[in-house]
Design a protein around this ligand. Sequence first.
Ligand SMILES: [Ca+2]
Length: 481
Amino acid sequence: MRTLALLTAALLSSISAAAAPSFAGQVIYQIMPDRFFNGDKGNDGASDPSNPRAWHGGDLAGLTEQLGYLKTLGVSAVWLTPIYQQQPTRYAETDGYHGYWPADFRKVDSHFGTQAQWEAFVKAAHAGGLKVVLDQVVNHFGYTAPAVQQRPGWFHTQADCDAASNKDVVCALAGLPDLKQEDPEVRDFLFQNADYWRTQGVDGFRYDAIKNVPEDFMKTLLARDRQAGTWTLGEYYGADAGTIGDYQQAGFDSLFDFQLQDAMKAAVMGGGGLGRVRSALQELAKVPRPDEVALFLDNHDLPRFAQGTLFEDVGQARTAYGLRALMTLRGVPVIWQGTEIAMRGGADPDNRRDMRFPAQWTPAEKTVFDTASNAVAVRRASPALSLGDQTLLDVPEKFADDLLLLIRRDAASGQRVLVAWHNGSARTSYSLRSTLPAQALTRSLFLDPGETQSSAKLSISGGYLHLSLPPKTAMAFVLGR
Ligand SMILES: [Ca+2]
């Protein structure tokens, strides 16, 4: 799994010559524009919202219209799945609504709108203080993109695949026409795609399917991005901390942590113990740049987080717990559209149901949203939660399944926050031996909807840390200097 373990010193020094862009302190909201909001029915074309594999009509005009919604949620950046022009026909009874079947990499797909609507979106997002991350495909064209016939030399053949030692890189991913990045013309084409979107106001790229792209090409691409100040987030499906570390060494600012996602799904949603979460966090602390790593509960390629239980109310309560927990961690949290209301859905395309907005919500969905927006606001207002380092505290073995404790500390402000995830199913008081300085009774920063002060309490006296914690949630307490 770890293909980039070794790098030459020369290459490392050339990459580190430019200051690395940072998203530390950001909270990202992931949007699939076709499934977000339809702001312009005039561009819908042959869309069919009743068919999960068809275009649904969401677009850039809708995104711009809903920026106020993102402000209410409190996020600081958006990541859009690809918006460029898709292949002209369906494949496997599916439209290119998801954006991963490109035909023209520098043109906005007509379903998403016009170039002018893209520019209006970016301008409004930036004016509202939101950074823009755009998905970039560098592995393939769409199945029926005209370029596949027009430029056969740009693509690997079946013979190339048969002869290849690294099948991931040379063979077609899901049968998609696989770009031959060894060809200088193909490399230039891909470099210029990145340059083009930089001129279009993009602050960061999310690179799709990086395990399927040659590493020498990827390193050059990343060095160019770093030089230009563009933040880079790689998607390596299933990546653990070891893979994240290798790819950060190779020049990525960030990767998604699938290992932590899987552990949180099992513990927070699935009701398992917190041991695997603890291990994943211990591993993550070893990567070169832990502040940049993308942390998430689910995305458009995984079943929805709330789908991990049969029961809608349990899914809602535990999604609220999961989102709060995510907001306590070192890294860059990413919220997939709809997770802030605990939307359900199984494997693709069921996990891509149309986003639902406040007027359509049930009271229970509103409660999840209010918990999520409070958690985002608390994180962004706290230098320790946003930017601090992270130290896991030891917990007695008998409590280890139910209790995760860590300290976030921001050196610049001196703020220290003690974080407690409580996985127990009933309200519980804990008294644990501790060397932390004495602390008068303190309540959690996080508030449930309707609360004016948290019911979660901490005090430290006589060498003991006392905690009173509601069930199945995460809490955060500011400690004295
Ligand atoms: Ca539309």
